[in-house]
Design a protein around this ligand. Structure first.
Ligand code: KG4
Ligand code: ZN
Length: 365
């Protein structure tokens, strides 16, 4: 069997650990979500995130080793996310990774969170025994904190990333969560929008596309959020929103119940919002792929779980001659298997982190 990497991820609100063999086979992938802790605040509270990571990190790593049927001494290296993310959250996983590496005399590999998302695509293909995407590729990494387009080049086992475009304001996932909150759909809102949108008419509301000066591959999602807010006011949706909030009572958003609490114009608004975001993301990604003559297109990050976005990019991509690769849903949102997979090329190149490696909130890839 290929060497085992223990991955650790704590950049945001998931405490995660995984054991992956040779960036190809997931032996365990444990994710402890903090959503119930942050829900009552309607968003992530950094101090609470750090506290929850501190609580979760030891049992989660232990569980990942147990489920993989191995012990710390069996792993070849420890990989931990070093950025970007919430610095207090990152510190927990990175410091714990360092301590384990020191105690067990294992090398430590520091991983960029977005490189992890990109490698979730490759990990899935290898695990399934399918052909890997061809490079150079354009990768759209779209999550709660990021919306970025990268040009990814591969030289045998090494990868090089060039940023082609990014959001100037909100990340797509953040915009979805804010719009859901605005419409009384609870937290986190992305998955609920995904579930409710098929019941609405996505052509009902036409949102204008943002006009940006400068880099044509940059994104902006704050305008559409404001447009939804204006529609809520002009259409007098506030009472229905208050009724939904009361019905949820701070509990988890239940798509079935919410569906019954949404009238048709609200469902149309949800569908139209999702359509506008999905088409904007797909259009710019394919534009980049065409400009650069990419060999393939990769889609990764939490919002890559969105079914409408996947369909849009896949069908529009096929029409324009690109094969689009996206990981299965469970590998889209934050996890540590992707961190272990992204560490693999560095492991092979013996590119290890020193004990002085620091967590960095804003870290370029
Ligand atoms: O990658 P991720 O787990 O964490 C970050 O690195 O940010 O992404 C979380 C984001 C949240 O904004 C969440 O609402 C969104 O991904 N998300 C979705 C779906 N599942 C998760 N957005 C739309 N449709 C989904 N199915
Ligand atoms: Zn992420």
């Amino acid at each position: 069997m290929e060497d085992l990497i223990l991955g650790i991820e704590t950049s945001c609100d998931e405490t995660a650990a995984a054991v992956v063999a040779g960036a190809a086979r997931i032996l365990s992938n444990v994710v402890l979500s903090q959503v119930p802790v942050h829900r009552i605040y309607g968003g992530i509270v950094p101090e609470l995130a750090s506290r929850e990571h501190l609580r979760g990190i030891v049992p989660i790593v232990r569980q990942a080793l147990e489920q993989a049927g191995c012990q710390l001494r069996d792993v070849a290296a420890i990989a931990a996310t070093r950025g970007p993310g919430l610095v207090g959250a990152l510190l927990v996983g990175l410091t714990y990774g360092k301590a384990l590496a020191l105690a067990a005399a294992k090398p430590l590999i520091a991983v960029h969170h977005l490189e992890g998302h990109i490698h979730s695509v490759l990990l899935d293909r290898r695990q399934q025994g399918l052909a890997e995407p061809e490079f150079p590729a354009v990768a759209l990494v779209v999550s709660g904190g990021h919306t970025s387009l990268y040009w990814v080049e591969r030289y045998e086992e090494r990868f090089r990333y060039t940023l082609l475009g990014k959001t100037r304001d909100d990340a797509a996932g953040e915009a979805g969560d804010k719009v859901a909150k605005l419409l009384g759909l609870g937290y986190p809102g992305g998955p609920v929008i995904d579930r409710l949108a098929p019941a609405g008419d996505e052509r009902a509301v036409r949102f204008s596309r943002p006009k940006l000066k400068g880099n044509a591959l940059d994104f902006s999602f704050s305008g559409i959020k404001t447009a939804v807010l204006r529609l809520v006011e002009s259409r007098g949706l506030a009472p229905a929103i208050a009724a939904r909030q009361a019905a949820l009572g701070g509990g988890p958003p239940d798509a079935e119940r919410l569906r019954a609490l949404c009238d048709q114009p609200t469902l149309d608004l949800i569908a139209s919002f999702q359509y506008a975001v999905a088409t904007e993301l797909a259009e710019k990604t394919l534009q980049a792929a065409e400009q650069r003559n990419a060999a393939s297109v990769l889609l990764a990050g939490g919002v890559a779980a969105n079914r409408r976005l996947r369909r849009e990019l896949e069908t529009a991509g096929r029409r324009r001659g690109f094969e689009v690769f996206a990981p299965p849903i469970r590998l889209c949102t934050d996890n540590a298997a992707m961190i272990a997979a992204a560490a693999w090329p560095r492991y092979r190149a013996r590119e290890f982190a020193g004990a002085d490696v620091a967590a960095v909130a804003q870290l370029a890839l």
